[in-house]
Every structure is written in structure tokens, then in C-alpha cells.
Ligand binder design. Sequence first.
Ligand SMILES: *Cc1c(COP(=O)(O)O)cnc(C)c1O
Length: 226
Amino acid sequence: MSDIGKNLKQIQQRIDQSPRKTGDTSTITLIAVSKKKPGTDIRAAFASGQTDFGENYLQEALEKQQELADLPLTWHFIGPIQSNKTRAIAENFHWVHSVDRLKIARRLAEQRPDQLPPLNICLQVNIDNEASKSGLHADEVADVIHTISSLDNINLRGLMAIPQPRDDMTPAFRKVAELFHAMKRQFSLPQWDTLSMGMSADLEQAIAEGANMIRVGTDIFGARPQ
Ligand SMILES: *Cc1c(COP(=O)(O)O)cnc(C)c1O
């Protein structure tokens, strides 16, 4: 088995052994974050059964998608989005986790080709109100959902967050989860089912708070070049 295959197996064990809330039996989807890693690494991961991949940089992602067009992969865009990049994102990805403002959501909906299934969207929440980080503030989320929930060609699936790293990540993950559940109660969205949080260093804490999509790069593919 390749190193990547072994790493994937270890991540799967960490997921399986993560404590869950009582009664939480939701399936956890692992997104392998392949930014700055070559297509050959993605091929190795696919050979070990991994199908969902996350990319941050559009041009780099499009090149790998071409190179790997023979594989049935699910592509997640997870990086910051400039508005002049929305068309290519809407045309080439299955999921976008980093929708951080109304304008981006509107453009993705308008530009998603009609012949493709709706684009799955998560709203990115800046849960620690960090000045340097993109994402909606928690108190803006309801307004954005209200405005975009009726748009065609997008499917609003949930929330994504990258809390500030600290010793105890639990309070931040819990805040995101509480917001996720509050929005579920407030709106009757057809498929509001995704809490995208947790990375290499903190996936256990995220899962304990209810994350069901985790995004792992380093612990699968190794350290990235700077
Ligand atoms: C890079 C990245 C990850 C993966 O982080 P690791 O610490 O390498 O697991 C997850 N989510 C986002 C949004 C990222 O940019």
C-alpha cells in the first residue's frame, strides 16, 4: 500500500474512533485536501478508495481536473473566492464550501450550467470574528440564507468554518454547530445537512461537536511546500 493509502487508513481509524454525541450516527465524509500536491498523489488516494478532493486555488485545480478527467472524482472548492472566478468554479466543481458573501452565492447560482445538478454550497462562517479571515459573521448568516434559499441551481447544504487554532477547539466548533442547528430550525431548507469543519489537527474535536464533513490535507499527503 502507498504511504497515502496508509495515511488514509489511519484517518479513517481516527474518524471511527472519534467520540460522537449520543445518537449521532451520521455518515462522515472525508475530503482529501490536495492543494499544492500533484495529480499523481490524487491518483494514489483514489486507488485507496478516496473519491472526494478539496482544492483552494482555481487554476491549479482546473489543471488537475483535466489530468484526472478519467476518474469519477467529487471536487470541492474550499479556498477564498474572487468574484471574477465564480464562473469557472460554478462550471467545474460539485461543492463550494467557502461562500462568504451574498454576491458570490448569487453569481454561482446564475453561472451554474442548467444541465448540471445544482451546485452544493456551504456558507463559510468566521466564527472567531478574525479580521484576517474571510467568512460571514454569525449574525449575518440568517439574512444570507433568507436571500439565496430560493435561487435555482444551488443547493444550500450547510456551514463551513476554520476556527482559529488554539488548545481547546471545542467552544468554537460548538458555536458553529449551534448556528447550524438554529438555521435548520429557522428555515425549511430541503437539504440542510452539512457541517464542514475539522482538519488534520482537530478532526476529533470537530466530529465530537457534530461535524460530518472533515477536510484533511497534511495528514494524508504530508506537509505542503511553502
Ligand atoms: C488547507 C486546508 C485544509 C487542510 O488543512 P490540513 O491542516 O493540511 O489538514 C482544510 N480546509 C481548508 C479550507 C484548507 O484551506
